[in-house]
Design a protein around this ligand. Structure first.
Ligand code: BDP
Length: 325
């Protein structure tokens, strides 16, 4: 009798530990931004579509605000299959897939339309599939606008003004090179540490788009923002190849399509939030500096050597990108 109760208890515990139905799969997605940021909302849309199209068999839980770790660490875990998906900037991804440097060169695109033509065309597709040998599946692109310099010290009106300033960059060799090319001192650090580094003076400035400058509250501690638009760095949604290989071919296709179908939603929210962020930081008293056409050319010229330093293969890719018009 006693033995029977023990067996029943053991069985009850076993079933309690299993998911609701044996074939429900719960996957995790890591995101660095806060819950109401356009990129995070894009992730939620992706998860919603996957759940809907699999009749609830596949659930994707979105962990925002770096709950699963900072970008570089999360990418590593995705590579090993410990985290199933992440949405990241392609800057830190370049450490795992160096060809991605070609997609984020300074002043590469003539504007956002050009960038989208590249990303939505054969070049973008090739980049997405090029991640497989590194154990990732590239799923979709999200918008991230253009990046600009900001700092706590002074207005930046020319390249000379940046000289010697300590500027935080993403954990990316390319971004370090970019800041060095302008005569400033690059300081790589995770996104989540930038606010206090600005506040305590460990760094003088950083660079990002309007929404990140606003949503991180960096504008509170670095009020000088220069509209130099040095890069457009696409965001990317990636899956772990290990996690994807565990799913059926049909489910893999559903996931790929859902990611693509979440793009227009993210891009729409991005546009709206870019405007809101700009308005908010202007209203909060940030000093926004527009470069004169001459100063802009100076910025562009200072970064030309970065193109010469690219490998011949990446120079070829850059040429192909430029030819898309
Ligand atoms: C933001 C990107 C985020 C980056 C962050 C950064 O959305 O993924 O990691 O910049 O600068 O624009 O670290």
């Amino acid at each position: 009798m006693k033995k029977g109760i023990l067996v029943l208890t053991a069985l009850a515990l076993l079933f309690a530990a299993l998911p609701a139905t044996a074939d429900t799969v719960v996957l995790r997605l890591g995101e660095t931004h806060v819950a109401d940021y356009p990129t995070t909302k894009g992730n939620y849309e992706f998860a919603r579509l996957v759940e809907e199209r699999t009749g609830g068999r596949i659930k994707i839980e979105v962990y925002h605000s770096s709950q699963l770790g900072q970008e570089k660490a999360v990418i590593e875990q995705v590579q090993f299959g410990a985290i199933d998906f992440t949405r990241v900037s392609i800057s830190p991804l370049s450490a795992f897939a160096p060809a991605f440097d070609a997609l984020q060169m300074p002043y590469l695109y003539s504007g956002e339309e050009h960038m989208w033509k590249v990303l939505n065309g054969p070049i973008g597709e090739e980049f997405l599939s090029s991640l497989e040998p590194a154990n990732f599946i590239g799923l979709a692109w999200f918008d991230s606008g253009a990046r600009n310099f900001y700092n706590s010290k002074k207005e930046i009106k020319s390249v000379a003004d940046l000289k010697g300033m300590k500027i935080r960059v993403q954990e990316s060799k390319l971004m370090m090179g970019l800041v060095s090319a302008l005569g400033a001192v690059p300081t790589p650090m995770p996104f989540g540490e930038v606010y206090s580094a600005l506040q305590t003076g460990v760094i003088d400035g950083a660079e990002n788009n309007w929404p990140s400058y606003f949503s991180t509250s960096h504008y509170e501690v670095a009020k000088y923002f220069t509209l130099d638009g040095h890069t457009r760095v696409p965001e990317i949604l990636i899956a772990s190849k290990i996690s994807m290989d565990r799913l059926s071919k049909e489910d893999q296709e559903i996931i790929k399509q859902a990611a693509k179908d979440s793009m227009p939603y993210q891009i729409k929210l991005w546009k709206e939030f870019e405007k809101v962020s700009e308005d908010k930081v202007r209203a909060a008293g940030s000093i926004i500096t527009e470069l004169t056409p001459e100063a802009l050319v100076e910025f562009q010229n200072a970064m030309k050597p970065m193109y010469d330093a690219l490998s011949p293969e990446l120079q070829e890719v850059v040429k192909k990108i430029r030819d898309v018009q």
